[in-house]
Design a protein around this ligand. Structure first.
Ligand code: PXG
Length: 288
């Protein structure tokens, strides 16, 4: 496996960065998780736009144009001979000293890892997931914008630990007011009377690219889509619940906090969206 590291391709074993890198010392950096399907990179421009926005928000100068970065993402896939892949694009503040001052980090570290994708088991889609709300609240958007996809995922990791201990697949994270925000690496939707509802960004939800695709697809199918605040009560009483994310794609949820959703099987609208999303990933994307 060849890793892109600061302008060069190096074998995995040699892909190392400094212990003085502020990405490691402080989680000071941003990242993207991107998928390639059958020789095309899905929504690459959108992912690059989000990465540059995250970088802008943390005052990190990428020192590389979007086009240049797009080209090295594609090159990383080519040198690794990958057609279906999970791509992790990481930009850290770079090497500095032990203090917080980012001005002492003159050069960001750029890392691109492209690996075979570990697909979710098919049963997740055919049978659906059980998930639970956890005690760990989502970081307040007033303290840290959920739209900065930063290298500091401790908030989500703490929630993930709770989900694992509870033996469920994902954690629903509430915001400080008790409204549903998102899961640890996925956005959440529910369906009632044929319409979709998902939390707004202000609730603490990432502007997920899969979320955007689902909103667009549902609207194109003539469905109502609302971005509004809701509580776990709305999930418990929903007709259908599903999660969206680059890794998960669209995945049904059939149990929330031990309560059965609908009839306990993936619902018809979720199934339709899973299929529409698969069709979209099969035909759209930047050619490798
Ligand atoms: N919310 C959070 C907090 C995320 O990190 C999503 C929603 C979904 O966004 P996209 O753009 O992917 O539709 C994410 C992104 C993984 C993994 O390995 C997933 C993410 C981040 C880090 C790792 O499953 N998801």
């Amino acid at each position: 496996m060849q890793i892109y590291l600061n302008g060069k391709f190096v074998p995995k074993e040699k892909a190392v960065i400094s212990v003085f890198d502020h990405g490691l010392l402080y989680g000071d950096g941003v990242f993207e998780g991107i998928r390639a399907y059958n020789g095309r990179v899905f929504k690459l421009e959108e992912h690059l736009d989000r990465l540059y926005r995250s970088a802008r928000a943390i005052v990190l100068d990428m020192k590389m144009s979007k086009n240049e970065l797009q080209e090295v993402v594609l090159q990383t896939l080519r040198v690794n001979n990958l057609k279906d892949a999970y791509i992790r694009l990481i930009v850290t503040r770079g090497e500095g000293d032990l203090g917080l001052d980012p001005l002492k980090c003159p050069k960001p570290s750029v890392i691109i890892i492209a690996d075979k994708i570990a697909l979710y088991p098919e049963t997740c889609y055919s049978k659906g997931l059980a998930i639970s709300t956890v005690c760990t609240r989502r970081n307040s958007p007033q303290a840290m914008s959920p739209n900065i996809k930063s290298l500091n995922y401790l908030n989500n990791i703490l929630a993930k630990i709770e989900a694992i201990q509870a033996k469920v697949s994902e954690a629903i994270m509430l915001n400080l007011e008790g409204y549903v925000a998102e899961c640890t690496g996925d956005n959440v939707f529910y369906i009632r009377d044929g319409g979709l509802v998902t939390p707004p960004h202000a609730a603490g939800a990432l502007d997920g690219i899969t979320r955007r695709c689902v909103i667009e697809m549902a609207k194109a199918q003539g469905r109502r889509v609302e971005e509004k605040l809701f509580t776990p009560f709305d999930l418990f009483t929903a007709d259908e619940v599903f999660l969206t994310g680059t890794a998960a794609e669209v995945v049904p949820v059939v149990c929330v906090d031990t309560r059965t959703i609908g009839d306990g099987r993936p619902g018809p609208i979720t199934k339709e969206l899973i299929q529409s999303f698969r069709d979209l990933t099969a035909r759209e994307g930047v050619l490798i």
